[in-house]
Design a protein around this ligand. Structure first.
Ligand SMILES: [Fe+2]
Ligand SMILES: [Fe+2]
Length: 360
């Protein structure tokens, strides 16, 4: 009996993930400088390495690449991909605010045991602030402005601009663009992501799962989606297809704004052709602030809450991966439908032309 309770106590104090220590807390609280950012970055990389070992993202990356590669076989399929991807991403950025609110509202859940007066002890807003940092540029990016007015542009506008440019590249009329419907599975996928992303007021397990979803979304955007998209479209297929079109037609006007058509990809991340590695954009910054939120949630908690938060954070990553995976797989299937309808050859699949040429 005694042996069992010792084991339970050991389990409670054993950290599942590195980086939730006093030094990290001090770095989050310190005046932001190049030096503190560098040190926090090192803590984050340790944390990221441990997560990757526990929750490999290889399958997710492969499914994203498969979807994009399928889409890139044909300009209309590529337009369909960006239309679906625009809808998918348009549901994620607004999911951050409910999570920020639910953490902020959970005042009594996050109280510092070292502060003697309970009414002065809540650090819920500090956690919420780190999550909030991921959404500010969504609604006005200081680095991507209207070329005429100088107004900051929101990420939906930038995404709409790229989607419009891909539609122009594909030669699609307005009517044809409006003919593509949002599939029911994607509406359901968006709702499931938003539900997991929101967490729930006063519920540590659900809030930690939501941070896991947030982490997965930012990680995938940085390390999988925007980096691979830029590599595939602009480096592996340099001067071909969409890249060639955008070199000839670099600007786009949509909703009264004019800007560089590839801005939406650029701001989130990309690929450094010379170094042959990811070029981090805002998604990496969001990822590090997500780590800071988790470090605050875990670092100041008592042993039992520490364990609940970490286990549920990892569960949120697992569930988040599944939802992103469902989107990539679903998007690929929608693009395959376009390829089949347009009789575009796909390795391993017979086209209508091939089939009609077969002897009866
Ligand atoms: Fe964004
Ligand atoms: Fe982000």
């Amino acid at each position: 009996m005694r042996k069992q309770s010792n084991l339970a106590a050991r389990e409670l104090t054993q950290p599942l993930l590195p980086g939730f220590d006093a030094e990290t807390m001090a770095l989050i609280a310190a005046k932001p400088t190049r030096e503190t950012a560098k040190k926090l970055g090192r803590k984050f990389e340790l944390f990221l390495g441990a997560i990757r070992r526990q929750q490999p993202f290889d399958g997710l990356e492969q499914h994203f690449k498969d979807a994009l590669e399928t889409a890139a076989r044909d300009p209309v399929a590529l337009y369909r991909f960006f239309q679906l991807y625009n809808y998918f991403n348009g549901g994620i950025a607004p999911a951050i605010a409910p999570l920020v609110g639910n953490i902020g509202k959970s005042r009594d859940l996050f109280t510092d045991p070292e502060t003697p007066v309970t009414a002065e002890a809540s650090y819920a807003f500090a956690i919420a602030r780190e999550v909030q940092k991921a959404s500010t540029d969504e609604y006005g990016d200081p680095n991507y402005r209207d070329l005429v007015t100088g107004q900051k542009l929101d990420h939906r506008r930038l995404s709409d601009g790229l989607m419009k440019a891909v539609g122009n590249y594909a030669g699609l009329s307005d009517q044809e663009r409006n003919g593509f419907e949002v599939p029911a599975w994607l509406v359901a996928n968006k709702k499931d992501i938003q539900k997991l992303y929101a967490g729930a007021e006063g519920n540590l397990a659900k809030l930690a799962q939501a941070l896991g979803m947030h982490f997965t979304s930012e990680y995938s955007a940085d390390a999988i989606e925007f980096s691979n998209a830029c590599k595939s479209l602009f480096i592996d297929h340099k001067n071909e297809g969409l890249h060639h079109y955008l070199c000839e037609n670099p600007y786009i006007s949509v909703g009264g704004n004019t800007f560089a058509a590839h801005s939406w990809l650029q701001t989130h991340g990309g690929w450094d052709a010379e170094k042959n590695e990811i070029r981090h954009g805002v998604e990496y910054v969001h990822l590090v602030t997500g780590f800071a939120a988790m470090a605050l949630m875990v670092g100041k908690a008592g042993p039992e809450k520490k364990m609940i938060a970490q286990k549920n954070f990892l569960e949120g990553i697992r569930n988040g991966q599944k939802l992103l995976d469902d989107f990539f797989i679903g998007a690929k299937a929608e693009c395959e439908k376009i390829l089949a309808a347009r009789d575009v050859p796909v390795p391993g699949r017979k086209t209508a032309r091939h089939l009609s040429a077969q002897p009866a």
